[in-house]
Design a protein around this ligand. Structure first.
Ligand SMILES: [Zn+2]
Length: 277
């Protein structure tokens, strides 16, 4: 009979720690134990982590979309129909400066981003999948990062998929074109209606399939495909750690819940793993 994964026995699928019985410290101790024994831990991060760096969330009270309305749902179709017109409008918009763009441009990694980079250096974290587009994981020093919704500071070739930093390309002629193949460049941020780039999606599914521990940090993970990764991991009997000040739709399948901001919980995990706490 094949032996069950070790953590299945300790953290059965049905186990849920209720908020009332779980102190943040108890959750942290259990989370640190899981990280210490994991061979391939993968983290999924979302808007809650960036919000701790002062970047407004999209949804929820005070969210950019809540206040100003959601972006057009046919953004991808508009881009495809008139890439040059899209670039002209985008450059004019940036010149005026949106609140969201200004917040991203001035944001720096917070202690949660820095702790994730440290967990990678310590060998406790294999990969970060992020829904954020702000480059803060890379700024913090994380190396193994997949940005499932793209990166606001980059452009991507619609033909060959090559990515470049925005400041590296010429905007003298619109739309800008790929130095590799001459294809049309678009901003790397994934638009409404635009398929997630194949390379990013493949990496995410590969990471979810390889994970023996999954951390969901600062996201309610309601948007597919990101929402499917923690479920995939859970269906394989692997443990799930949720780090979020608020309950989410994933809380009921989490093995360990840490009800704290990432900027508090993740540095504490680093300290526990170093034996400093
Ligand atoms: Zn190209």
């Amino acid at each position: 009979m094949p032996s069950a994964p070790m953590w299945t026995a300790i953290y059965p699928w049905s186990r849920t720690l209720s908020d009332t019985t779980t102190t943040p410290d108890a959750g942290l101790t259990e989370a640190a134990a899981l990280l210490r024994h994991a061979r391939h831990a993968v983290a999924l991060t979302g808007a809650g982590l960036s919000a701790e760096s002062g970047i407004p969330t999209y949804r929820g009270s005070g969210g950019i979309w809540t206040r100003f309305g959601e972006p057009t749902i046919d953004g991808w179709d508009l881009f495809c129909a008139d890439p040059a017109g899209w670039w002209r409008a985008a450059l004019e918009h940036n010149a005026v400066g949106s609140e969201f763009a200004a917040a991203i441009d001035s944001a720096v990694p917070n202690s949660g981003h820095l702790a994730l980079a440290e967990l990678e250096r310590m060998g406790h974290l294999a990969h970060v999948i992020t829904q954020n587009i702000d480059n803060l994981h890379e700024d913090a020093g994380s190396r193994a990062v997949t940005e499932i919704h793209g990166n606001r500071r980059r452009v991507r070739c619609m033909n060959c998929g090559t990515r470049d930093r925005l400041e590296m390309i010429s905007l003298d002629h619109l739309p800008p074109t790929c130095p590799e193949c001459g294809g049309v460049l678009k901003n790397d941020t994934v638009m409404f209606g635009e398929p997630i780039p194949d390379d990013a999606l493949r990496t995410c599914y590969r990471q979810a399939a390889a994970a023996d521990l999954f951390l969901v940090i600062g996201t309610s993970a309601v948007v597919y495909p990101a929402a499917s990764f923690p479920i995939m991991v859970r269906e394989r009997g692997m443990p799930l750690i949720e780090i979020n000040p608020e309950p989410t739709e994933l809380s009921h399948i989490a093995s360990v819940i840490v009800r704290a901001p990432a900027g508090v919980a993740l540095p504490a995990l680093v300290e526990l793993l170093r034996g400093e706490r």
